[in-house]
Ligand binder design. Structure first.
Ligand SMILES: [Ca+2]
Ligand SMILES: [Ca+2]
Length: 136
């Protein structure tokens, strides 16, 4: 028997191990593919560059490259108006969800990368309720 010769039963074991390895590698690939898909599915929601919320009411900033878009959304049907404060590189702006809690948000466009920070507020009696101010 030379050193290279292997005992037949040992060879079978090796084949079995290789098959098992191939099987687990396939399972791993399937797992990676599934993770890839779920990341894709989540991507649209995480495209917001800045998100602020006050209860369910919220505002957001999308840096679209050619322009900055700010949106404000009144979600709660509580009779409180909802507006967004927009700090720009050279100025300040403020606007509200024009149709209140009815479906649809209001948006305004600004120059590319000109929005510095946003904050969402709802108008109440006394000091308005506002979110934290968030920076882009
Ligand atoms: Ca509200
Ligand atoms: Ca609305």
């Amino acid at each position: 028997m030379s050193a290279n010769e292997t005992n037949p039963s040992e060879g079978e074991n090796k084949v079995d191990k290789r098959k098992m390895l191939r099987g687990s590698r396939r399972a791993l690939m399937v797992g990676i593919a599934a993770v890839g898909l779920s990341t894709l599915a989540i991507a649209p929601a995480s495209a917001r560059d800045v998100d602020v919320s006050q209860g369910d009411d919220y505002a957001y900033l999308d840096q679209l490259g050619s322009k900055d878009r700010v949106g404000v959304c009144d979600i709660e049907r509580d009779g409180h108006g909802v507006y967004v404060k927009v700090w720009l590189d050279n100025g300040y702006d403020e606007f509200s969800d024009g149709n209140g809690s009815a479906t649809g948000c209001s948006t305004r466009d600004y120059g590319a990368y000109s929005v510095d920070s946003i904050e969402v507020c709802e108008s109440v009696t006394g000091p308005d309720w506002c979110s934290d101010r968030k920076y882009s």
